[in-house]
Design a protein. Structure first.
Length: 317
């Protein structure tokens, strides 16, 4: 009986001590002046992709020296200087350029600050229905600093295109509500069929057209807008129709792994343009299969720097 009473008393004392300690902690809590953050030098921010870079480094190190040298030379030759490659693209015969983007603030700012000032276009075709365009353009023309399109500012992009060439025509070619209703009533068709038809209606002979849409619409794949224009537009030669994917360095985990890898093997580039994706060494797509989606469905790819921090501290071994 006495032993049982002592056990109960001991438990009560311990509970009292725990409560007093917790109460003290609550009353004396001081928040940390510096919240916990991901280290700024951790380049690969998508979970698990740093392992992909490490495996690629191991495979690279396992190759004969001559093959390693050829691989590096291929990268150096094809990961071109951004300004020079954009200038070459601007000088080329180009009637339709489909620019694939992710609808993000960093992408829109890069397009406005770097891409459109370097590319003189006559017609800018946007991912907005034609009947919704007048309100958006009235806001831009009124000087409104930020005008949203698909969640991010489009005003600076429009102003950059106008600044590179006077008289730029801006048109909306996304599927309208009436087109969608008619399509659903018929029971066949697709949004991208509507977009492709709207694009064709905006084509102007002898003019250069920039089509700024989500990357999927601009990818060369069946049933999407770009493939339909590339194969079906008879007024423009196929050599004058191109697509380019614009990706920020941290917008895709496989891309982060690839950039960490090339940095580790001595190709220190994070802001570049691949003018001809087909010219890249095929091993890249073996080691980084996810790049098949973001690279191989486009003629060209633009990778742009989003942040100033350093690469992951991977080493070539």
């Amino acid at each position: 009986m006495v032993r049982g009473t002592l056990i109960v008393a001991t438990v009560l004392v311990l509970l009292g001590v725990v409560w007093i300690a917790a109460d003290w902690a609550r009353s004396h809590f001081v928040p940390s002046p510096t919240p916990i953050q991901i280290p700024v030098d951790a380049f690969v921010q998508h979970t698990g992709y740093e392992d992909m870079a490490s495996r690629a480094i191991a495979a690279f190190n396992a190759m004969p020296a001559s093959r390693r040298g050829a691989f590096v030379e291929n990268l150096q030759a094809n990961l071109g200087n951004m300004d020079q490659e954009l200038a070459r693209l601007d000088d080329s015969r180009l009637t339709i350029l489909c620019i694939g983007e992710r609808h993000l603030d960093t992408t829109r700012r890069f397009l406005a600050q770097v891409v459109f000032p370097a590319l003189a276009v006559d017609v800018l075709l946007l991912e907005v229905p034609g009947d919704s365009l007048p309100l958006m353009m009235s806001q831009i023309d009124a000087g409104q600093a930020e005008v949203p399109l698909l969640g991010e500012n489009i005003a600076a992009v429009v102003r950059a295109a106008r600044g590179a060439r006077s008289g730029v025509v801006v048109a909306g070619i996304d599927e309208s509500a009436s087109q969608k209703a008619q399509r659903l009533h018929r029971g066949y068709g697709s949004r991208d069929i509507s977009i492709a038809g709207n694009l064709r209606s905006q084509l102007r002979r002898g003019k250069r057209h920039a089509v700024l849409f989500g990357a999927l619409h601009c990818a060369d794949q069946p049933n999407w807008m770009y493939r339909r224009i590339q194969l079906g537009e008879r007024r423009v030669s196929r050599e004058e129709i191109r697509n380019v994917n614009v990706i920020g360095e941290h917008q895709d985990g496989t891309l982060e792994a690839f950039l960490a890898f090339i940095h580790a093997i001595g190709v220190e580039r994070r802001h570049f343009m691949i003018a001809d994706v087909d010219a890249l060494d095929r091993l890249i797509f073996t080691w980084f299969p996810g790049l098949t989606r973001s690279f191989q469905r486009f003629d060209s790819v633009i990778i742009f720097r989003e942040h100033g921090h350093s690469h992951s501290p991977l080493t070539p071994g």
